[in-house]
Design a protein around this ligand. Structure first.
Ligand SMILES: [Zn+2]
Length: 227
């Protein structure tokens, strides 16, 4: 029997705070939010009580604790929601911040492994807004480095004859290597293309960040992008 994604959603609360919501400081000020000092690595924190590991140096967080809110901040990097499923229920949640360095470092397989350690039998992923392939002009050497790890599918279309990185495909390839084939991109949008809704460091040098916040319970604003 296939899991029905729609039936799972009321179990969790997911909110993507964009530019229209103001600064990411708003959700991060909440003491029940585990936010991270993101370092483009593969460290994952396991949150065993509400608010644990606030400000830890890591790029992903997972939990099974009701009320614990997990947050990652992004401007162009990929914010990824991970749900760990067992017997048709979400038994563990995770969020990850995945830029090209983190993808090479293996932050997504590390987070998927942490969810499996918490009892997930299958893991589903959902990608939130990040910079799109048409807008992500990228250095050739760096692109080769990403392609070496994640395959040539990460090579985006040329942007004014320059190489570009297709981060969506990089996320998809990294998850596939971790055995996760279920990537929902219905909440994705390009951060560079929509200056009203999104901060973009790469395209506009914006200092602001968006925040992806996920928790069990509080079935409000589920999978809602923006306000
Ligand atoms: Zn774009």
């Amino acid at each position: 029997v296939q899991d029905e994604p729609a039936a799972l959603e009321p179990q969790i609360s997911v909110r993507f705070y964009d530019k229209l919501d103001g600064s990411f400081e708003v959700p991060v000020a909440d003491p029940s939010v585990t936010w991270l000092r993101q370092v483009h690595g593969s460290e994952v924190v396991v949150v065993n009580f509400v608010g644990q590991h606030r400000g830890a140096s890591a790029d992903a967080a997972v939990t099974i604790v009701p009320g614990a809110k997990l947050a990652v901040r992004t401007a162009d990097c990929a914010p990824v929601l991970l749900t760990g499923i067992r017997q048709h229920e979400v038994v563990a949640l995770g969020v990850a911040h995945a830029g090209w360095r983190g993808l090479i470092a293996g932050v997504l397989p590390a987070a998927v492994g942490a969810l499996r350690d918490l009892g997930a039998e299958t893991v589903r992923a959902s990608l939130y807004p990040s910079i799109g392939p048409e807008c992500y002009e990228f250095g050739g050497a760096e692109l080769d480095a990403v392609a070496t790890v994640l395959g040539d599918g990460v090579r985006g279309p040329k942007v004014d004859t320059k190489p570009s990185l297709n981060m969506i495909e990089a996320v998809r390839a990294s998850l596939a290597m971790a055995g996760v084939d279920d990537l929902d991109v219905s909440n994705w949008a390009c951060t560079a293309c929509d200056a009203e809704r999104f901060f973009s460091f790469r395209s506009r040098r914006d200092a602001g960040r968006m925040a992806l916040v996920a928790s069990f319970g509080e079935p409000r604003l589920i999978h809602e992008v923006g306000s």
